[in-house]
Design a protein around this ligand. Structure first.
Ligand code: SAM
Length: 406
């Protein structure tokens, strides 16, 4: 057997799991230089018959084919014959199989515990496509520089392309709107506006919210200027606008917003965006924090917060940094929960792409000031003997809830 090759027994297992009952999805990703070649196959239903849908993504170009059982079996053989470092993930109703072939050709196999998962086979037209392929995004991708003049995604922008897709996918999963009435979004710390512009297109063209208006806010005049030029070039004038301002100093028209997004705005700018979302009575918040320095200062060397048990951890700067990131995001999630938001902390892009891949997905609609939420927050805060910046910032709204349980 050659290096990089899967054992015959493992190949047989994969064949029987893909071609047998309970198959859900197989995905193989192969890195070639800077680019990733990805092939995914899943069962679909076409005209009442079982078929397989294969989606090939090569350096950002996506091709989708519907296959009958013979063609799917042939496609699977190509997947299994692949050489080089790669990752293969197979999902079935009974559980998952994960195969990683390292750069040195070592094959590492892991299996989830046995499970009894429901297998839903969707009609082929309901299988989700990449959000950027769900509308004519060619001009957008060219104008933002994600694609070159011929429409091909640039190798250097591959990560951005994936990030925009994942972000739009999350917007699609989060927002519910009947297309009537206004829908105002504020993108806090919009930077070069890749997400702002894509979001404006997606809300109108895919989510069918013709009234959607997106405002990008950034304190850097140069990025705001270039974002305005791109919006004009794309003829998005009515849907998108940009303001040069600090998030703290910005208020949307009417003083309210339906959605606030904040991706990788630095340090406490994320807190400011969350605070604004609360003050603007925003229904949806999607926030991916960036660098977070505040707690690191508070838990610096020599500090015994958390008890001496943590001294060894806090002394190591990398571990201290990661711990502080996790604590900061936990405090944020808990404060939003106290203030009436249902909060999920999710990974929104692969950890391979960036370590900063945590997103807080918040939706208003739960009772604020619930004893359990306040109690959990106070217990964690008092254990670490810190006052998170978001608590200070939102004191006028938050303190009445905290004081009742202090
Ligand atoms: C890393 S970039 C992220 C850009 C964009 N959200 C994205 O994910 O592609 C962060 C941006 O936030 C802006 N920013 C940071 N703090 C800010 C603040 N307090 N007010 C306004 N903009 C801010 C910076 O100027 C920068 O353009």
């Amino acid at each position: 057997m050659e290096k990089f090759e899967l054992e015959p027994k493992l190949k047989d297992e994969i064949r029987s799991r893909v071609l047998g009952d309970g198959f859900m999805k197989i995905v193989q990703s192969v890195r070639r230089g800077g680019a990733v070649f990805r092939i995914a196959m899943r069962p679909v239903e076409i005209g009442g018959e079982r078929r397989f849908q294969a989606e090939m993504t090569d350096d950002g170009q996506v091709q989708v084919k519907n296959l009958d059982a013979d063609a799917a079996a042939a496609g699977l053989e190509e997947i299994l014959a692949q050489k080089g470092a790669r990752e293969l993930h197979l999902m079935t109703g009974r559980g998952d199989l994960h195969v990683r072939v390292t750069r040195k050709g070592r094959v590492v196999v892991s299996r989830s515990a046995e499970m009894d998962r429901e297998v839903v086979v969707l009609p082929h037209d309901r299988v989700k496509r990449l959000p950027l392929s769900a509308f004519d995004s060619a001009a957008l991708l060219r104008a933002t520089g994600i694609a070159d003049g011929s429409g091909k995604v640039r190798a250097s922008m591959r990560g951005k392309y994936d990030q925009v897709n994942e972000f739009l996918r999350m917007v699609g999963e989060t927002v519910r709107h009947d297309g009537q009435g206004s829908f105002t979004v504020v993108d806090c710390g919009c930077g070069k506006a890749y997400l702002t512009l894509a979001l404006a297109c997606y809300l109108v063209e895919v989510m069918k919210i013709p009234t959607a208006k997106v405002v990008g806010v950034d304190r850097r005049g140069d990025v705001v200027e270039s974002a305005r030029r791109m919006a004009a070039q794309l003829d998005l004038g009515g849907r998108v606008s940009f303001e040069e301002a600090d998030i703290a100093a910005f208020t949307p028209p009417g003083g309210a917003a339906d959605m606030v997004v904040s991706l990788h705005a630095c340090d406490t700018a994320t807190d400011e965006a969350l605070a604004k979302a609360v003050e603007w009575k925003t229904k949806y918040v999607l926030s991916a924090p960036c660098c977070q320095h505040e707690l690191q200062k508070a838990l610096g060397h020599g500090r015994s917060a958390g008890g001496d048990a943590f001294a060894g951890l806090l002394r190591q700067s990398i571990l201290r940094e990661r711990l502080c990131d996790i604590l900061t995001d936990s405090f944020r999630a808990m404060i939003m929960r106290i203030l009436g938001y249902r909060v999920q902390v999710v990974e929104f892009v692969s950890p391979d792409a960036t370590a900063r891949n945590i997103m807080l997905r918040c939706e208003s609609g739960v009772k604020s000031g619930q004893a359990a939420a306040v109690g959990e927050y106070l217990a964690l805060r008092d254990f670490w003997q810190v006052t998170p910046w978001l608590e200070t910032r939102l004191a006028p709204i938050l303190s009445k809830h905290l004081e009742r349980f202090a």
